[in-house]
Ligand binder design. Structure first.
Ligand SMILES: [Zn+2]
Length: 391
């Protein structure tokens, strides 16, 4: 039998289970305790009613919430794009290659270099409270380079996404059909064993609706579940395609028609909003309020990547979503935890209730609202993952 531990003296506990708490979506409990046994939560409730346990940890009147679920990142890369960012933010023209710059650096990197870079970013995310993360290929764009990225990713997370259809690589720029054939053929064969998800960048300049449909349909036939980079830079077919193919998530959702919002609201496809991208490119914010008012399930994620959103901080995204996207602090915290879990079709994470994985964050603050109220402050003071205290 594994020993049991009670975390007690929690000022505010976010369970994300209304039946356990105050009937709000966050299922808040004041003066709470959480009991952990092995890698699972076995009990949550008021501290005074906590059952006897082998060990006790005093949270000192701090807030506890589920570990963040970062359901969208691109961490298999090498190199950086400081010069591009600096030029963009300095109002200077910059004509280097964007994603292609990262593709060249990633292809040139050794397996060890790629893995070290991944591990460094994961450690950085963990310090900021992320206990589950999804990550993608998409900077290799050859059969071998995509497969090795996914092989390395699969050693560190179950949530691995094949994004061979990120852009058409420069060497096939004149023949996108040949690249789509590769992505849906030989490259898919090499990548599918390591991946749970298939993704496509459905956007002008990347892949159009027909190409995206071919990519996602081929992935589905191989047992992968779709997620889509949709409607980020312009209106387009991505969201409708995601809904039509029962994708787990349509990601970005910055440019939506009423029909797009309506389609999402009547589907089980989650809208994953990635405000780090709009922040880092000075672009228009996605309208979270419009989606929430329509009844769409919304997730918040970092989109961590070296080009358009080089942040691994979910708390930063929570603050942006509250300040600039019309979300309440409660909604943003829900979307960064239970919302991320929904975008990964998981119900064992993103909640703190009996049976859930014991992934949780202790804030150096009495309430989860401080994540938005105190932007940029390193409030995450303790993280437990799978019942183990990481720090
Ligand atoms: Zn992305």
């Amino acid at each position: 039998m594994s020993s049991s531990t009670a975390i007690t003296n929690i000022a505010t506990l976010v369970t994300n289970d209304p039946s356990l708490g105050d009937d709000s979506p966050l299922g808040l409990i004041q003066d709470a305790a959480v009991v952990i046994e092995g890698d699972r939560v076995t009990w949550t409730g008021e501290s005074s009613k906590a059952p006897a346990t082998d060990n006790r940890v005093d949270a000192g009147g701090r807030a506890v919430l589920p570990g963040f679920v970062d359901s969208h990142s691109h961490l298999l890369f090498a190199g950086d794009r400081t010069a591009e960012f600096n030029a963009r933010m300095s109002g200077r023209p910059y004509s280097a290659g964007g994603i292609r710059t990262t593709v060249a650096a990633t292809r040139a990197a050794s397996d060890d270099d790629l893995e070290r870079n991944l591990v460094r970013h994961l450690a950085e995310a963990l310090r900021q409270g992320t206990t589950t993360f999804e990550t993608k290929s998409g900077y290799g764009l050859t059969v071998e380079d995509e497969a090795r990225a996914l092989r390395i990713a699969a050693a560190h997370t179950d949530e691995v996404t094949y994004l061979g259809a990120h852009i058409v690589p420069p060497d096939l720029a004149d023949d996108p059909a040949a690249y789509v054939a590769l992505v849906t053929g030989e490259m898919l064969d090499a990548c599918a064993p390591y991946a749970r998800w298939i993704d496509v960048f459905c956007e002008k300049g990347a892949f159009d609706g027909d190409q995206a449909r071919a990519v996602l349909t081929a992935g589905k036939a191989r047992g992968l579940t779709p997620r889509v980079h949709a409607n980020q830079l312009s209106y387009g077919p991505g969201v409708q395609l995601a809904v039509e193919l029962d994708a787990a998530s349509a990601d970005h959702c910055t440019h939506l028609t009423d029909a797009d919002v309506d389609a999402l609201a009547h589907s089980r496809t989650v809208a994953t909003l990635l405000p780090g991208a709009e922040f880092s490119t000075r672009a228009e914010w996605p309208d979270a309020r419009r989606l929430l008012d329509a009844g769409v399930t919304v997730a918040l994620s970092t989109d961590c990547n070296p080009g358009s959103s080089y942040t691994s901080s979910v708390p930063f995204c929570v603050a942006l979503a509250v300040r600039d996207m019309g979300m309440t602090p409660d909604e943003a915290v829900w979307s960064a935890t239970a919302g991320g879990a929904a975008a990964l079709r998981r119900d064992d994470i993103g909640r703190l209730r009996p049976g859930a994985r014991a992934d949780l964050v202790v804030l150096d603050a009495p309430s989860h609202v401080h994540l938005a109220y105190r932007p940029g402050v390193p409030l995450v003071t303790q993280v437990w993952r799978g019942g183990r205290r990481e720090f």
